[in-house]
Design a protein around this ligand. Sequence first.
Ligand code: ATP
Length: 306
Amino acid sequence: MKETVFINSDQKNNGAEVTEFAGAKLNLTLDVLSKREDGYHDMVMVMQTISLGDRLVLRTSDKPGIRVSTSFRYVPNDERNLGYKAAKEFLQAVGDEQRGIEIHMEKTIPVGAGMAGGSADAAAVLRGMNRLLDTRMRREELEKLAERVGSDVAFCIAGGTSLARGRGELLEDLPPMPECFLVVCKPGFSISTPELFRKIDRMNVRSHPDTEGMIKAIGAGDLREMAIRMYNVFEDVDDRRIRSIAEIKGVLLDHGALGAVMTGTGSAVFGLFHEEENARSCCEVLGKNYSFCRIAVPTGKQAFPE
Ligand code: ATP
């Protein structure tokens, strides 16, 4: 068996294999401003990466081409996989298209949850390739490549706490959010992102999140002020499945969450807790009715070569 060399992100590549963690994303706020001429929507979002995520192993191989495998049977292994797309972009950018790369994704992030699972994997592939091939691209260069792969990929490159605008690619770093515990719960169904955008286009969005207030609360390290500003405009869409999400929010709030909100286009919902004990007992209760329920903490920004 080949020996596995685990390398930390701050070390140089000294082997043929690296591991990379792909942290999931949560939306503390999500606002949709308008539909653009190119068909995309202008959004404003406060995003946060968390300690729950996928583990990727990237390996160089003598056999040219990109090969992807995942632990979830229903996630594609071909060019439809965002990690595959990211590897292809990376090899093109460095002019090494004949290179053989094997990528294995040990998935934890549920699919169709609004937790940017595919985007987190794509960003982890870009960071991992940078280390594996010792290309020493800077964060900005990786983010440029990421934009070509998908909307949330640029944010997932550095992660941490950020304000994202446009399609999600115009990023501003925010201070790290205060220590807390997050209970993330996904109901059995997924919500179709295009369908939700079509529905929001047809309605008059009446309430918008207080994004500025959220940024101030993060700056002040005030968890309570943050929690009351967690808001996602997609929760106002008239959809039977979204209404059922209110039930999970109710359980989160009843168990001491300071706030609870749906992330992205759903269907995952999360609650923000000050006390670990409350988060644990809430997770236990939700776990009886929902197969995906986990505790996580917010994570900080990745380190990059100077
Ligand atoms: P987002 O917050 O980005 O909208 P999501 O939870 O709605 O996230 P994903 O979980 O990223 O969406 O997956 C959506 C689609 O992307 C699925 O249909 C899946 O087949 C495809 N996909 C492509 N690559 C991956 C990957 N590496 N992991 C999971 N899904 C992937």
